[in-house]
Design a protein around this ligand. Structure first.
Ligand SMILES: Cc1ncc(COP(=O)(O)O)c(C=O)c1O
Length: 453
């Protein structure tokens, strides 16, 4: 039998991040200010350090990774690539299935790959406090983890429904020294406005972002840090796909199809973009973003300029969106409950260069359990989305007899999500199709931008 774990050495940790903008057929749609005009980098200096703003707008293909960041990456990188022999056998598929396991990071997901970089550039810029939002708690944990390493205080606005569903994610953040608040809070204007309208608001990523941005913009010593969506975040995550390419070389294989769960898009971008470089050069590889049917941003959202947060404090990004005032149902993949998507992922999807599918919650847990019983690792509910889509493709291969190479990013483990698994086992989880009327309604709330439909 061929290898199960395909491992790289620490010296193989990438020396540069890969910027997909260099290989996109069209330049990215620019972010717009409140007046509908493209914003200059200056508009972002109240909440981001200059180095990250430069990365946000860069068209350079390769951006060097600072040595201090690579040194911290060594704590868990390179991450292993696995050949899922046992899952293949369980499915009886001729397909070869591989997964890259990002759950080996201390926080348990891919998110620290960008947290380290963001904390580094903020420390270099003299920033001593960072605010952020978190849904599932994965991102908040990741920033909490690195805050201490760079001497930066971290304050996390955690979506209230997740705060209640996942008390141990909160304890984890506190262990690493972060302060965690259930959002909406009464400590920001944004939070007070939401609470006045709905005192029982379950919160949303959009609301938590409004709170974190408002606080960062109002204090000189404080910046804001985002765990997904923005170009620089996707850039930092490309260590995943770059390592995977080397690992595939080691076993003389190459994926036909790549699957990744997609919330704000950083995990998808991280694993898929380095392969997009090959696709742009003529290679045949399918890149599939997998999202929840209850939050179907790419598959059913509008491609339009919208705010990144609920209150409308961020610049306008051209992206697939369900409307910035979208409050998603309390599904158990908290990290995928975001109304928008990365502008880069959105544009590539709009231009037909990548694919997207939406899957229901129950079949994702079924896939996660099947995976855990075959491969051992208990996946995060977000990761179960990619596993579902990959298993479906492997079962198609079984029907057709095709021995395709399938690859998915196992973006995190589910050790802090066992309450969700409990609900699945006790039959309390439900599927929820986001209603068409709500999607139509969102159109009426999108900001009006000159020249847009
Ligand atoms: C384990 C896990 N996988 C995937 C995602 C989705 O990531 P992204 O927002 O980068 O698409 C998240 C987001 O929190 C996550 O926690």
């Amino acid at each position: 039998m061929s290898r199960t774990k395909i491992l790289l050495d620490e010296r193989d940790i990438p020396s540069h991040w890969y910027n997909v903008v260099a290989d996109m057929p069209n330049p990215p749609a620019p972010p717009l200010g409140p007046d509908g005009q493209p914003i200059g980098p200056d508009a972002l200096t109240a909440i981001f350090p200059e180095a990250l703003i430069e990365q946000e707008v860069s068209a350079e293909r390769w951006i060097p990774i600072p040595e201090e960041v690579r040194e911290i990456y060594r704590l868990w990188r390179p991450s292993p690539l696995y050949r899922a022999h046992r899952l293949e056998q369980a499915l009886g598929t001729p397909a070869r299935i591989y997964y890259k396991y990002e759950g080996v990071s201390p926080a348990g997901s891919h998110k620290p790959n960008t947290a380290v970089a963001q904390a580094y550039y903020n420390r270099e810029a003299g920033i001593r406090r960072l605010t952020t939002e978190t849904g599932a708690g994965q991102w908040g944990s990741s920033l909490a983890l690195v805050g201490e390493m760079f001497g930066i205080e971290v304050r996390v606005y955690m979506v209230k429904v997740s705060y209640e569903q996942k008390p141990f994610r909160r304890s984890m953040m506190q262990t690493w020294g972060a302060e965690v608040l259930a959002s909406p809070t009464d400590q920001t204007e944004a939070g007070r406005k939401i609470l006045a309208e709905d005192p029982d608001s379950p919160g949303s990523l959009g609301i938590a972002i409004s709170e974190a941005v408002e606080e960062a913009a109002s204090r000189d010593d404080t910046n804001y840090s985002l765990g997904s969506v923005l170009n620089h975040v996707l850039l930092h995550q490309t260590v995943i796909g770059q390592e995977a390419k080397k690992q595939f070389e080691m076993v003389d294989d190459y994926p036909d199809v790549i699957f990744a769960p997609c919330g704000g898009g950083s995990n998808f971008g991280g694993v898929a973009f380095p392969f997009f470089a090959d696709k742009a050069a003529g290679k045949d590889v399918r890149l599939v973003a997998v999202e929840p049917a209850s939050c179907p941003t790419l598959t059913r959202g509008h491609y339009a300029y919208d705010f990144g947060d609920t209150i409308g404090l961020t610049p306008l990004l051209k992206m697939y969106t369900l409307g910035h005032d979208f409050v998603p149902p309390g599904i158990h993949a908290g990290g995928l409950r975001y109304h928008g998507d990365s502008a880069l992922v959105s544009q590539l999807y709009h231009e037909g260069l990548i694919e997207a599918v939406a899957v229901h919650q129950l079949p994702t847990f079924e896939a996660g359990v099947q995976f855990a019983r075959a491969e051992g690792i208990i996946p995060a509910p977000e990761s179960n989305h990619a596993i579902r889509a990959c298993i479906d493709e492997a079962l198609k291969c079984k029907e057709t007899g095709e021995a395709k190479t399938l690859f998915f990013n196992l973006s995190g483990h589910g050790h802090f999500d066992m309450a969700s698994y409990d609900k699945y086992f006790s039959g309390e989880l439900e599927d929820f199709e986001y209603p068409a009327e709500a999607i139509d309604e969102a159109l009426h709330h999108l900001p009006k931008v000159a020249g847009e439909g």
